[in-house]
Design a protein around this ligand. Sequence first.
Ligand code: PLP
Length: 374
Amino acid sequence: MIPFNKPYMTGKELWYISQAHAAGHLAGDGQFTRHCSNWLESRIGCRKALLTHSCTAALEMAAILAEIQEGDEVIMPSYTFVSTANAFVLRGAVPVFVDIRADTLNIDEARIEEAITPHTRAIVPVHYAGVACEMDSIMDIARRYGLLVIEDAAQGIMSTYKGRPLGSIGHLAALSFHETKNIISGEGGALLINDASLVNRAEIVREKGTNRSQFFRGQVDKYSWVDIGSSYLPSEIIAAFLWAQMDEADAINRRRLALWSTYHQGFRRVEENGTCRRPHVPGDCAHNAHMYYLLLPDLERRTRFIEQMRAHAIGAVFHYVPLHSAPMGQKRGRVCGSMSNTDSLSERLVRMPLWLGLEDEQARIIHQATNALG
Ligand SMILES: *Cc1c(COP(=O)(O)O)cnc(C)c1O
């Protein structure tokens, strides 16, 4: 069976972990955590990068920093992972779902303004498949209405929008290093902070609501409980693993892009035949080949396609069930306007296997998929 995903190891992970072990510092914020956050700050150009134990944790921190209160509203796509919404629902907010664009499957920036009410506090654009949302428009809307922008860049590491790295544009951003993402540590994530006024509090929230980070820098003479917070730090063992991946991030990105291009060329004819549609990447976006998907004509044909691929031992899979149609989304969220793109595209999308090492199998996958698309 060709699996849908297979975590890539660079070969240096255990070596770095053994160094963390030898250094005897296993809790968070040791030398490997510093390497990783420095790398993120210099590569992405964010003001501050704080490693977390997941992207979910980083989104929860963002919701605390945004001072989300009971009844506040947060605008987001429905076509996303549950954590995009959950992080805000945990603080009592109402997720307000806006439809996605048919071309990129990202939140439709032209539909955001009509979703704004006096309760709106934040916009959460999700960069689906590592392709940027239309950030200039989104930042402009946020400025005009005094809203915070929190980028869900879980899939967006090393992608850019008009030359700017994803995660460097919103007030806050969240990355994921889950084993299904491009750069991994099993579970893992980071909160990126671009609004300087949020940096101090972010450190406190991440350290159980204490000013421990300031204490270790000698800025205060004892540390104490000063705010709400939780334990969001990953251990040095995780950071050591992650550092091995960051060390090879450029090579990983290059190889993923090559796999993506092979699919894209391989499926050109079936798109021309009208049997499916390929991903669209706007000209001012550089993506990271996080995902290769195809859009089939309808749900029935997608179901059949996935079955046919399975019969040939190829793990092709669908993706999100839109949050507005899920039980919790209906109970705690609200929809603004038509969700026709979300409803239709989510039923028609299928993701192809994409992982380093797949190179030798790709011709067979493209051949079988082309046959199945008939
Ligand atoms: C993977 C993902 C998350 C969650 O990441 P974790 O690190 O598993 O918490 C959130 N949002 C999106 C869009 C994702 O793809």
